[in-house]
Design a protein around this ligand. Structure first.
Ligand SMILES: [Zn+2]
Length: 160
């Protein structure tokens, strides 16, 4: 007890406060540096035909598509990378309102899952770009076994 009281002299007390403040600041900085991926899943139904294809898919048919949109970022002061409600609203307005129950050939000449994923990326990317987050990945599932993933990489970014 005596040692503890001696430690809590004016100088010692200031040191403890300073250490606690530094620790608190470090924790805040550490938390704000965390990168997280927020994902939301959507469903839409649409018809298409693949015009440059020899096989069943050249005929008019439909799919129940699943779309997964992923946003990468740091939590803001409210602890959110992006509000799920805002993410839903952007994806619905910019992409799904056009695609759902549509004949996708009216939008894309060759509506493969690849081209649909690029189209969706281009529609929502700028709307999801904020100071703390950006679009990370778009997944378009044409069936429960088949999907395409697009993350914005352009032809010039990689050599195949
Ligand atoms: Zn198809």
């Amino acid at each position: 007890m005596i040692y503890r009281l001696l430690f809590l002299t004016k100088c010692g007390l200031e040191s403890i406060i300073l250490i606690k403040l530094m620790s608190f600041t470090f924790r805040l900085v550490k938390r704000s540096m965390a990168k997280l991926i927020v994902a939301k899943e959507f469903d839409f139904s649409a018809a298409h035909r693949l015009i440059k294809y020899k096989g069943k898919c050249e005929n008019l048919h439909g799919h129940n598509y699943r779309l997964i949109v992923k946003v990468l970022g740091n939590p803001d002061e409210d602890g959110m990378v992006i509000d799920f409600t805002e993410l839903k609203s952007i994806v619905k307005k910019e992409a799904l309102d056009t695609l759902d129950h549509a004949y996708i050939n009216d939008i894309l000449e060759q509506p493969t899952a690849e081209n649909i994923s690029i189209w969706i990326w281009d529609k929502i990317e700028t709307k999801l770009k904020k100071s703390n987050c950006k679009l990370f990945e778009v997944e378009v599932w044409e069936s429960p076994q088949s999907k395409v993933i697009y993350n914005g990489i352009k032809e010039s970014d990689i050599s195949l």
